[in-house]
Design a protein around this ligand. Structure first.
Ligand code: HEC
Length: 113
């Protein structure tokens, strides 16, 4: 019985994720304990660092320390949720599953690897 429940849970999560994604490029995998190296860094590298690099738009979002301090300083979360002016990345809101994973990473204490 337990096995069946885990099986069903897995597929309902998979189903929810597949509904949120509108392109195969979306990085929207539900991970219970996301780390910067495995889960969070790849999102910021592909979705933000193109503009937010050390010589680019503030805040720099191109490595662990920069992403962590920008998140702690505020604005990153409200920008990706679109609740404080322009949404980030501009014109292309991240899938909700990705936003939730970034939040979980922060709540868990910004685990690096
Ligand atoms: C195409 C370029 C581009 C991409 C990609 C991009 N940004 Fe931005 N970002 C900007 C520009 C330009 C501004 C300044 C103007 C504005 O706030 O709209 C900005 C501003 C910000 C700010 C500062 C807001 C403030 O008022 O201090 C934050 C935080 C931010 N972006 C986070 C992100 C995050 C997180 C991502 C990735 C999920 C991202 N951005 C992706 C161009 C980009």
């Amino acid at each position: 019985m337990k096995k069946v429940n885990i099986f069903l849970m897995f597929f309902s999560v998979l189903f929810m994720v597949s509904c949120e994604s509108n392109s195969t490029q979306d990085i929207s995998v539900v991970v219970a304990n996301p780390t910067y190296v495995s889960n969070i860094g790849p999102i910021f590298n592909t979705k933000c660092a193109g503009c937010h690099s050390s010589n680019g738009q503030n805040p720099a979002l191109n490595n662990y320390e920069n992403v962590k301090s920008a998140y702690i300083n505020g604005k990153v979360l409200c920008k990706i949720e679109g609740s404080c002016g322009s949404i980030m990345p501009p014109g292309a809101k991240l899938p909700q599953a990705t936003i939730d994973m970034i939040k979980a990473w922060a709540v868990n204490g910004y685990v690096n690897q």
